[in-house]
Design a protein around this ligand. Sequence first.
Ligand code: CMP
Length: 140
Amino acid sequence: ALERTLSIIKPDAVAKNVIGEIYSRFEKAGLKVVAAKMKHLSKQEAEGFYAVHRERPFFAALVEFMISGPVMVQVLEGEGAMLKNRELMGATNPKDAAPGTIRADFADSIDANAVHGSDSLENAAIEIAYFFPATDVYAR
Ligand code: CMP
């Protein structure tokens, strides 16, 4: 089915100047960028976005990392977009990520892991709404 998912290019990958290389992977896989913005998240915004992880031991480090520099936030649209994006990203820990995935090629650690992608369609809807009003998402 035609789906939408939320993607974030994290501060490490923005700092490495690989936004275009990552967008190119989305496009080659048939995913369209239908909304996008660069944003330096506030602590409150990062905590709210990752609220489901609030009780996890890595929460504070995750939030500090996500506010360490600007990120690129985008909505990807395409057939099976949620899972397709997760395949392109590879495993959360770059040590476990398959060769040729975004995390294998650009990530340094489980914290600085280059990209975020929604892990379910339900979370995709929540995460998209967190960053983009419906009028800023351009079906095409
Ligand atoms: P992300 O997909 O953005 O969702 C939560 C993030 O927490 C994850 O990517 C990792 O960057 C980070 N993280 C740090 N430690 C862990 C861990 N042990 N398990 C899962 N995620 C972790």
